[in-house]
Design a protein around this ligand. Structure first.
Ligand code: IYR
Length: 220
């Protein structure tokens, strides 16, 4: 199906303004940290709506937008998710991850207990659609992992931009989320993001980010 082409509304910046914007966006984004301790302070549903719309504006294979963002504030559902996630994480930390993995995580001071799954006012579970279902018929989706990964990046940036914090939590395996949230057969859990405010005086690990020269190579 061909689409109608329309003029692209584009803001032209001067080279100076472009550099200024690039710098200020980097400085803003570089302040983001993963936070593991949440306060129970509420976040309005309207905010969550906008965060999800931002994520869903991401590019995707053949513009299929192969994702569903489930936003959960219901306390009973959050408890169910915590219990199921902790069950899996207990097994991960007690053998399934292996020694090297557990050692690599020491700097993050994580363990199998996940109180943030109940404390955070919202959990957003990102589901990928391995294919679409249109009137019960399978329709192909493309580059699903790439598309949903990019959308999740948009979501994390939007959460930070709204003055909130999150954590990219991937309890493994995650299929309990499909069951608890009664998702259709074409959806697989991709990422779980608790969203809210940090606990008072929260601390984060003193980590440094790699330098530009360590993460890039320019060909001029
Ligand atoms: N899913 C576990 C373990 C874990 C794994 C990685 I890789 C991390 O960067 C952090 C944690 C957990 O959430 O504790």
């Amino acid at each position: 199906m061909k689409s109608k082409y329309i003029p692209y509304k584009y803001t032209v910046l001067t080279a100076e303004d472009s550099l200024e914007q690039a710098k200020s966006f980097y400085e803003h984004i570089n302040k983001r940290r993963s936070v593991r301790h949440f306060s129970s302070k509420a976040v309005a549903e309207e905010v969550i709506d906008k965060l999800i719309l931002t994520a869903s504006s991401a590019p995707s294979g053949a513009h299929k937008q192969p994702w569903t963002f489930c936003a959960i504030s219901n306390p009973e559902l959050k408890s169910k998710i915590r219990i199921a996630a902790e069950e899996e994480e207990y097994k991960n930390y007690h053998g399934r991850m292996g020694e090297e993995w557990v050692k690599d995580l020491e700097l993050l001071e994580t363990d199998w207990k996940k109180p943030f799954l109940e404390n955070a006012p919202w959990l957003i579970v990102v589901f990928k659609k391995v294919h679409d279902l249109s009137q019960g018929k399978k329709k192909k989706n493309y580059y699903v992992n790439e598309s949903v990964g990019i959308a999740s990046g948009f979501l994390i940036s939007a959460i930070h931009n709204a003055g909130l914090v999150t954590l990219t939590h991937t309890p493994s395996p995650m299929n309990f989320l499909e069951k608890i949230l009664e998702r259709p057969s074409n959806e697989r859990a991709f990422l779980l993001l608790p969203v809210g405010y940090p606990e008072t005086a929260v601390k984060v690990p003193d980590l440094a980010r790699k330098k530009l020269s360590e993460v890039s190579k320019f060909y001029k």
